[in-house]
Write a protein that binds this ligand. Sequence first.
Ligand SMILES: Nc1nc2c(ncn2[C@@H]2O[C@H](COP(=O)(O)OP(=O)(O)OP(=O)(O)O)[C@@H](O)[C@H]2O)c(=O)[nH]1
Ligand SMILES: [Mg+2]
Length: 329
Amino acid sequence: MNPTWQSLIQGLKDKDVRSMAKLITRVENREPGWANAMADIYPRAGSARIFGITGSPGAGKSSLTCEISRELSSRGYSIGIIAVDPSSPFSGGALLGDRLRMQALFTMKDVYIRSMATRGMLGGLCQAARDAARILDAFGKDIVIIETVGVGQDEIEIVRAADRVMLVLVPGQGDGIQAIKAGVMEIADIYVVNKADKPGADEVAADIMGMLSLSEWEKDALPPVMQASALTRQGIGGLVDTLLDGPSDSRDIRVKEEMRVTEEILSMLEREVFRQVRGDLVQNGWLVRAVKQVMGRSADPYTVVRKLLQDRADGAFTIHMEHGNGTEE
Ligand SMILES: Nc1nc2c(ncn2[C@@H]2O[C@H](COP(=O)(O)OP(=O)(O)OP(=O)(O)O)[C@@H](O)[C@H]2O)c(=O)[nH]1
Ligand SMILES: [Mg+2]
């Protein structure tokens, strides 16, 4: 029998890992009742710290996540990892050495790893990551790390949901910095030159610092640029110290939180309203009629959409947020 939402949430309270994992899956799949379940879970979350780790493919994000988690775990923190990345060693397809290292993490107590596909998330990738982080948080994880490739807009959105964002760069990545400049640069709180066991790390670090000094950051508030090696574990302790150090300016924290909450509400609204409007219009036959009219040249897309919005403003159809009642089996 499929467990009820209630029993899964009870499982979450009881720190049952399987219930927690099932909750993530069912919320991810937007099974009826998901929003009520999340509303139940929401007040239990809020104490975990969410770290985002991003950077170009192969920069060593997973390796760093692994070493950072190991370090955090040795300091007594419990950790949840969300790997938004199909090619992640966490989900297979990695070199043997990497896989062995990751496997050590898999067997560590207090570390839970969840891979997330970049496609097919009904509520959107970013919301799926937020929801999963929240469930891990409510489960009692002290720290949730979200690993994502920092290339697409979706991925950038994801790390914006984190409290602290770490951007991973590597030596010999001159044009990589150029690419990153376009979007991710502004949102990183910590810059890490990984693979510092290779030559060229000082140069990249200097490049980043040069770029930061030209940006709008105030000179005394420049984000740290650090060097590390996931291979030799050089710099990992310092990195963890910096991550945990967190932002101290409470006004800054508030502004960021306000931005995050606003973004979450608006993006959820956008998706849900559209999903329901589309559902209604398919069901009541409006869409088929409109397509016919346009194809028969008795109307054009501009007019049918404008007319629909007009009718809506007149109350001819209404949007109703459907949340499910959360009690179904
Ligand atoms: N020399 C050296 N190699 C490293 C270091 N960190 C990671 N690597 C190697 O770089 C490769 C990519 O590492 P990953 O951790 O998979 O990188 P990633 O950024 O997660 O990659 P994607 O998730 O595929 O984008 C692997 O072969 C690692 O062994 C490091 O500090 N030094
Ligand atoms: Mg990876």
